[in-house]
Design a protein around this ligand. Structure first.
Ligand code: XMP
Length: 179
């Protein structure tokens, strides 16, 4: 698996330090509140676990899975809920945890759904952001790393369901895509 990686962009140490910073910022901003933290599956699962350990205010956790029609590296904008939340968001302060914002279409769909369900507030934390590819008009409230337009894997992010378990984030060798 490691042999498929062309370059490590963010080491495990770099990611962990950033996740601590994001957790501290969220803990400060949500002082006295009890937000519902929503993990967008599957890509955000490792980020969610590490982030949750660094949030010091009481939180509730929930999970949502969405699928976007399109090929494996580009979202089509047509999104559907594959696994919905177990809890109601009505009147809750909600924090959406995303692995990466690319076009922004997935996230704008999720935000729209949560607002229509009358969440009190909806904010977004994304570990990675590719602003160069944005088509939807939105930005994360908390961003880990701004990255150029490259397809990255590791730390929850996959290519064809592989590489999610790498503790770092990197780019694949080009020949992996052509196999
Ligand atoms: P949109 O375009 O809707 O897409 O913002 C967000 C989702 O697309 C996936 N995505 C990636 N997955 N490496 C990945 O493994 C990437 O570089 C990448 N870029 C986008 C991801 O599921 C994200 O939630």
């Amino acid at each position: 698996m490691q042999n498929d990686i062309q370059e490590v962009l963010y080491s495990e140490e770099t990611i962990q330090a950033k996740v601590k910073e994001l957790g501290a910022a969220i803990s400060r901003d949500y002082q006295g509140r009890n937000p519902l933290v929503i993990c967008v599956l599957k890509g955000a699962f490792i980020f969610m676990a590490d982030l949750a350990k660094n949030i010091t205010v009481p939180i509730a956790l929930d999970f949502m899975a969405v699928s976007s029609y399109g090929n494996s590296t580009r979202s089509s904008g047509e999104v559907r809920i594959v696994k919905d939340l177990d809890s109601s968001v009505e009147g809750r302060d909600v924090i959406i945890v995303e692995d990466i914002i690319d076009s922004g279409l997935t996230l704008s769909y999720i935000i729209d759904v949560l607002e229509r369900r009358n969440a009190k507030s909806v904010h977004v934390v994304a570990l990675f952001d590719k602003p160069g590819r944005r088509t939807a008009d939105l930005n994360a409230d908390y961003t880990g790393f701004t990255i150029p337009d490259a397809f990255v894997v590791g730390y929850g992010l996959d290519y064809a369901e592989k590489y999610r378990n790498l503790p770092y984030v990197g780019v694949l060798k080009p020949e992996i895509y052509s196999n």
